[in-house]
Each structure stands twice: as structure tokens, then as C-alpha cells.
Design a protein around this ligand. Structure first.
Ligand code: ASP
Length: 651
């Protein structure tokens, strides 16, 4: 307990030379910037004089009043009290005159909340606890008050005690008492404050709230609908404040930002939530490099001081390069294992299958070298890799062991000439014990497959002890030059926006819009961190004519839905652009949390439920009447509906 709590508190600080209290140091440094005060007043306005975690030898002899939860008790002699700041040892008085204090402190169950007053004394020599930040002192109690007792808990408030996520979410208010959640939420608050400071105080941005009751936006993610009292009319919850922020530019607000809540009805994943938070930004008279520099500065300024500093400018890669070398638009650049095109080496091959692939448009042969793969990947791993390729991509993947003297099922290896072998060794820098995965097929498909296998192999190697991705490394990357449109998955002859329909085409590709729109590059940029997309934005279309053409002629959207925006663009809309950073995802990566739910105070479950309150919940038909709506129950659910109040949908 002492160790992990102090680790967290240590983690929140970086030696500043100004303080011996790590957590304190972290808080004070950020507050200096806003209020010019050196020490935050953690005990102002409340019933305590000090926090549990702040007490040190420098407080010896002071009379203090503390409020906190009983962490544990030892032999009815010591009690360890906890608040958000840390732990402190309280000595339970043993003399008869203090019987009532003793009774309170000995009888109150663990996690009861108490107030104690007493003197800070040093621990007897030899009884100091160096692992505990307050380990040199203890509190000699004079008075104690039980503020509220705690019933038997559903789980112990200790991070190392394993509990299911369902249980954690059901009792979120208890889960929040744990040190890791405290750290995550406090760090989030600190970073957001620094971001506000950077944007407002250093760069003149204006924090503006935009509505969350809005109307349907064409294209993009599925939106949540909210019934209105007008028959057949619904609001939509915005997937982002995109239209409003552009309208603010038309309104001359010039530099907007908002910590914006956004909604997408797409179900939860480890890195997604139906409601999530963006740092949403828009600027007038800006280009791509302007936005990129702003974001680099913002992250550098707000980056936690206990992590290695952010190095700027961030490297940049085109979408085409990202796809070709990493098989994805969000490459994890913390490690190599890049995809290499080896088509040229096989132009005169006698292998019929490869000849066939290479004769097709976009037909390629790709390879990826897995370092020490021959040593660490087992036969069953290679088999499951091949099965994955067959099941998900309808592709064949062949392992080639060029140097190591092994050959599992590699038909290809038999046919590789010596010259081709040497060429591969050179091109892929193959070492002894490496394995090369080879696939042949259409460029995008072959790259995407190897991109997935790259991450899969990295996981496998790491599970066997190879260090590929340094957990302390934060590898930011800009991905640029996206196509403006992608073919729709189900109807590839139709196009959809790669980012959103307001993104401006690359100036040098505008002419292609009218002839070959699928070839137009856009002014869209994504920010990637360690293989996750943490931000995305674009320079916008500020010409109503062009916007109308893209919506109607290319995307075949109902232009009427956006008539307000098109109209606004006609009234002297300035050139503008912006970006949104996904705050939850960013915090998840910064804290190393396994899921974004670990950086959100009250997240939805994997299936989009609030397990604490059981939202979404049914409402009686009479309450639906004012909205002129009625539930039409799917037959299999009709019976269950009456039970839905009592059962936990997630368990
Ligand atoms: N609104 C966009 C999004 O949510 C970001 C942007 O283009 O600024 O992805």
C-alpha cells in the first residue's frame, strides 16, 4: 500500500529542488502559472488543518486536525488514515482517560470516515517507514469523531486487489478511492488546466460552449437522437462541435477552443466511449503548419513533468507512406518491422501464383521481417498468423527463414533462388534467427494484413520477453496528405469523406474534383501517438460553391440539412482550419491505462451502459406520450422488458 501510493505521488512530481513533497510539488508548480501562488491551499475552507499525505518532520509539534478514511488498523494500536494526498499513521491512545477516543478508532470499520485531532510527533527510533512519504512521523491523537461509518465493502480499496470491471463500474464511487484512479483523474485535471492556460493566456483563444442539442449531420458517425415534443422531430447529440466552430469563425471569434463533450452511437471499445471529450480548436487565417505548431506547443506545455519531455516538431508522414510501410494510417513508430515491397525481385519468377498476382492492377508482393522471430515464434504462432490472414483477409502468408536453418511449411522458401534470397537479406536487413512473413496481393490489402500482423507479432515477441516498445517512449507522428474521399466499404463505387465533408481539398488537386475525385488529396492531418489516433483536423472549405458541389455532386448528401452553414460561408467566411484532440485517449496513453474507461470518472461499460445507475433505462409509456413516440418491442425482448429494471444487463 505504502509503495504504490507513494509511487503515484512520486509519479506526480519531478524533483523541482523546491519541495520535498512530490505530489505537493506537482500541484504547486502548475498553480504558480495561474495564480502566482507558490503553494496550493489544500485545506482552505474545510474542517481539517492539513492533509494526511503532507505531514513530515517539519510539522513536528504542530497541532493538526485531519479528515480521512480508515485504511487499516494494526493490533488496535495504530490506525492508518488516508485522504487523496496520502497516508498517515495515527497512534490509538491506550490510557483509560482516552477510552472514548479509543473506542471510536478501534470500532469503526475500515473505510469509515473519521476526523482526528492531535499532535505530530516523531516515530520512535527504528520504527520509521522509509517507504511511506509520511513515514518519519505519526499523530498522537487527542480527539476523534466518527463522521460516517462504512458497511461491508464489495471489494477492498486497494489497487492490487483484483476485481472485475463490472464490479468496479457498479461501485464506481468506491473504485475512485483507489490510488490509480485518483492519479489518473488528477493528472487529467492538471493537463487540462495547462492546456487552457496555454490556449487562453498565452495565445488568446476564447473558450466557447456550443449546444449539445443539435440536428442530424450528414455523413460520419451514427448520432444519438433525443425526442422533442414536436411530433416526429428529434434533436441529435453532436458527434463534435464541427459546424459550430466553423460558424464561430464566420462570427469573427477567430480563435476558439472548448473542452467539448461529443457523442457517437458506436458502442464502446477499449479506446472508444459513446460520450467522450475533445480539446476542440478552430482558428481563422491559418494553414496546416500553423495548426501543427500550435498543437506541438500545446502538448509540450501541458505534458506531465514526470514524463520525458515532448520533443517538437513531431515527425510527419504521408498517408500513402504510412499505409505502405506500416499497413495503417496510425503507425506505431516506436519500433521498426516495416513492410517492404519486394515485387521487383519477383518480376521474373517462375512461381505461377506470384506471376498471377503481379499481373493484376495494384498486384504486389510484400514482406516484413520479424526480428528473432525464428527464435521466439512457435510453430503454433505461425499457424495462427496464417489462419488469421486466411480468415480475415482471404490471403496467404508464408514464413521464410532465410538464415536460420528451419523451414516450417514454407512452400515459398523452396522456390526462392539464391539471388532472390540474397536480395531479400539486403532489402529487409535480415539477421540470423529472423523470420520473414511474405504475402502477395492487392497493395492496400497486402499492406493492411501485414500491418495487423506487425502488431500481432510485436505482442507475441513482447509476451516472450523481447522489449520492442519502450513504455516510457511517447512517439508522436503527423499523418498528412490523406485522400479527400475513400470508396464506401459496402458500395465501393460511391465515395465518402475520409475526414468529414467540410475538409478542403489540397490546392494543387482541386481540378481533379470534377474529373477523378477519388484522386484528390485533402488538407486533413491526423496526430498519432504510439499507434493510436489522438487527434485529427483539417483546413476547411470556406467557399460555399465548392462546399455545395462536394456535398451534392460527390457525396450525394442532402444539402438542405446544411443550408445554414452554406449560407454562412457566403457572408464573408474567413479561411479557417482546426483540429480536435481526443482527451480520453490521450490521457489513457499518458497514464498507461489499459482502457479509456480508466481516465473517465463515470464511464459507460463496454456495451454502453452505466452500470451504477443502469442507464439507459426504460420509461413508462405515459412518459413517452408527450414525445409522440412508442416502443415497438422486438418479440424476444418484449418479455424481458418488464424485468429490465431489476437485472444487470452486463453481468
Ligand atoms: N470535428 C473533427 C472530429 O471530431 C475534428 C476537426 O476537424 O477539427 O474529428
Amino acid at each position: 500500500m505504502f509503495c504504490w501510493l507513494s509511487r503515484i505521488f512520486r509519479g506526480l512530481s519531478r524533483p523541482t529542488g523546491r519541495t520535498t513533497q512530490p505530489f505537493w510539488g506537482f500541484l504547486s508548480r502548475s498553480l504558480i502559472l495561474t495564480s502566482q501562488r507558490s503553494i496550493p491551499e489544500l485545506s482552505s475552507f474545510v474542517a481539517r488543518t492539513n492533509t494526511c499525505g503532507e505531514l513530515r518532520s517539519s510539522h513536528l509539534g504542530q497541532e493538526v486536525t485531519l479528515c480521512g478514511w480508515i485504511q487499516y488498523r494494526r493490533q488496535n494500536i495504530f490506525l492508518v488514515l488516508r485522504d487523496f494526498h496520502g497516508l498517515v499513521q495515527v497512534v490509538i491512545p491506550q490510557d483509560e482517560s482516552a477510552a472514548s477516543v479509543r473506542r471510536i478508532l478501534c470500532e469503526a470499520p475500515v473505510e469509515s470516515v473519521v476526523q482526528v485531532s492531535g499532535t505530530v510527533i516523531s516515530r520512535p527510533p527504528g520504527q520509521e517507514n522509509p517507504k511511506m512519504p509520511t513515514g518519519e512521523i505519526e499523530i498522537k491523537v487527542k480527539t476523534a469523531k466518527l463522521l460516517n461509518s462504512c458497511k461491508k465493502l464489495p471489494f477492498e480499496i486497494k489497487d492490487f486487489v483484483k476485481k472485475t470491471e463490472t464490479l468496479r463500474l457498479q461501485y464506481r464511487y468506491l473504485d475512485l478511492r483507489g490510488a490509480q484512479m485518483q492519479y489518473n483523474l488528477r493528472l487529467r485535471s492538471q493537463m487540462v488546466m495547462k492546456m487552457r492556460e496555454y490556449l487562453c493566456n498565452l495565445h488568446g483563444f476564447v473558450d466557447i460552449e456550443t449546444p449539445t442539442l443539435f440536428k442530424r449531420t450528414p455523413g460520419g458517425a451514427k448520432e444519438f437522437v433525443v425526442p422533442s415534443r414536436e411530433p416526429g422531430k428529434f434533436y441529435s447529440l453532436p458527434q463534435s462541435p464541427q459546424q459550430f466552430k466553423q460558424l464561430l469563425m464566420v462570427g469573427g471569434l477567430d480563435r476558439y477552443f472548448q473542452i467539448a463533450r461529443c457523442y457517437r452511437d458506436e458502442g464502446s471499445r477499449p479506446d472508444r466511449q459513446p460520450e467522450f471529450t475533445q480539446i476542440d480548436i478552430e482558428m481563422s487565417f491559418v494553414d496546416q503548419t500553423g495548426i501543427q505548431s500550435l498543437i506541438e506547443g500545446l502538448l509540450q506545455y501541458s505534458w506531465p513533468s514526470d514524463k520525458d519531455p515532448v520533443v517538437v516538431p513531431f515527425p510527419s508522414m504521408t498517408f500513402a507512406e504510412a499505409l505502405a510501410s506500416y499497413g495503417t494510417d496510425k503507425p506505431d513508430t516506436r519500433f521498426g518491422m516495416k513492410i517492404v515491397d519486394i515485387s521487383d525481385m519477383f518480376r521474373r519468377t517462375e512461381i505461377g501464383y506470384l506471376q498471377d498476382v503481379l499481373s493484376k492492377p495494384q498486384g504486389t508482393i510484400k514482406a516484413m521481417c520479424v526480428p528473432e522471430g525464428a527464435k521466439y515464434l512457435k510453430r503454433k504462432d505461425i499457424e495462427s498468423i496464417r489462419k488469421f490472414a486466411a480468415d480475415h483477409f482471404n490471403q496467404e502468408v508464408l514464413p521464410v527463414f532465410l538464415k536460420a536453418n528451419r523451414n516450417w511449411n514454407s512452400l515459398l522458401a523452396k522456390f526462392i533462388t539464391e539471388e532472390q534470397g540474397l536480395g531479400l537479406i539486403r532489402l529487409l536487413e535480415i539477421q540470423e534467427e529472423d523470420v520473414v512473413l511474405v504475402t502477395a496481393g492487392e497493395h492496400k490489402k497486402a499492406c493492411s494484413l501485414l500491418g495487423k500482423l506487425r502488431l500481432e507479432c510485436a505482442d507475441l515477441l513482447e509476451a516472450r520477453g523481447v522489449v520492442l516498445r519502450d513504455p516510457a517512449l511517447f512517439s508522436f507522428l503527423w499523418v498528412v496528405d490523406f485522400p479527400l474521399f475513400f470508396p464506401k466499404e459496402e458500395h465501393p463505387q460511391e465515395l465518402e469523406s475520409a475526414h468529414h465533408p467540410f475538409t478542403a481539398p489540397h490546392p494543387s488537386d482541386i481540378h481533379l474534383l470534377y474529373t477523378e475525385p477519388q484522386k484528390v488529396r485533402s488538407q486533413h492531418y491526423d496526430l498519432v501517438l504510439n499507434g493510436s489516433e489522438v487527434g485529427g483536423g483539417s483546413i476547411r472549405i470556406h467557399n460555399a460553391e465548392l462546399q455545395r458541389y462536394i456535398l451534392a455532386a460527390v457525396l450525394k448528401e442532402d444539402v438542405k440539412l446544411l443550408s445554414h452553414l452554406l449560407q454562412a460561408l457566403d457572408y464573408g467566411a474567413p479561411p479557417h482550419g482546426g483540429i480536435a484532440l481526443g482527451l480520453d485517449r490521450l490521457m489513457c496513453l499518458v497514464t498507461g491505462a489499459p482502457s479509456i474507461r480508466d481516465v473517465i470518472a463515470f464511464p459507460k461499460s463496454f456495451r454502453g451502459h452505466d452500470l451504477m445507475s443502469n442507464a439507459p433505462d426504460s420509461i413508462p409509456p405515459e412518459d413517452l406520450k408527450p414525445y409522440h413516440i412508442q416502443v415497438s418491442w422486438p418479440t424476444d425482448l418484449a418479455k424481458e422488458s418488464s424485468l429490465s429494471h431489476s437485472c444487470n444487463p452486463e453481468s
